[in-house]
Design a protein around this ligand. Structure first.
Ligand SMILES: [Zn+2]
Length: 229
């Protein structure tokens, strides 16, 4: 692609329906990411996880979770990208633009950059920044984006700053959506949407348990190299 001024990343083919994406990403979370996360939170790592899937058939290629016990930079997404490159030989590894990236929690500024630098152009997430702050007691995604990246323009005040999105969800590098956004795109009517909202609610329940383990470990001084716990 030459120097493009468009805000639209390359067309992502094949196109998967919202229903297929919801079903694939939620079952992957339950079957692969949550068991890994359960082991991580017990040893002081945060409850964030990620997966990289082949876009062609949605096969999971790499699944990983946060490993801040080892390094404060090993967020779930970064750990997943590292493993994708470290464990799949180049001959068997699809180009990142032919993959779909999934993060259990909306990626922080570090991970947004990691996803971008690695060339993934489509990602989805289950929990939003607000969920990370309000449900899981981890406010730093919002804090860092506001404090480090949000430069007030002339005439900006507290209110106008608060109304501004924290990052571009659709830009020339990637397109991103929450699973809740996918539910809104479903064509099956309100009943179908409710079914998937229920599934997300059930997932929140599973994560509540993981969060309690993490917060309990944190209060007992679990070993972690993370500064912002
Ligand atoms: Zn991150």
């Amino acid at each position: 692609m030459s120097s493009s001024t468009t805000n639209t990343p390359p067309n992502n083919n094949p196109h998967h329906s919202p229903q297929t994406l919801l079903s694939t990403l939620l079952s992957l979370t339950e079957s692969h990411i949550i068991p890994l996360t359960a082991a991580g939170v017990k040893s002081g790592s945060k409850l964030f996880g990620a997966a990289i899937l082949s876009r062609s058939d949605l096969t999971p290629l790499t699944v990983a979770t946060n490993n801040e016990r080892e390094s404060p930079l090993l967020h779930g997404e970064i750990n997943c990208i590292q493993q994708f490159f470290a464990t799949i030989p180049p001959s068997a590894r699809p180009p990142t633009k032919e993959c779909i990236f999934f993060a259990t929690h909306e990626p922080c500024s570090l991970c947004l950059s990691g996803i971008t630098w690695a060339g993934f152009n489509e990602f989805y997430y289950l929990f939003t920044y607000q969920d990370s702050r309000d449900l899981f007691g981890i406010p730093y995604d919002i804090d860092i984006l506001e404090q480090v990246f949000r430069v007030p323009g002339k005439g900006d005040d507290e209110q106008s700053l608060r109304g501004r999105p924290l990052y571009n969800k659709n830009n020339k590098f990637f397109r991103s959506k929450s699973l809740a956004d996918l539910i809104e795109e479903l064509e099956g009517g309100e009943e179908e949407k409710e079914k998937w909202r229920g599934e997300i609610g059930r997932m929140k329940g599973l994560y509540n348990g993981l969060s309690e383990t993490y917060q309990e470990g944190k209060s007992k001084g679990a070993e972690s190299s993370s500064v912002w716990k």
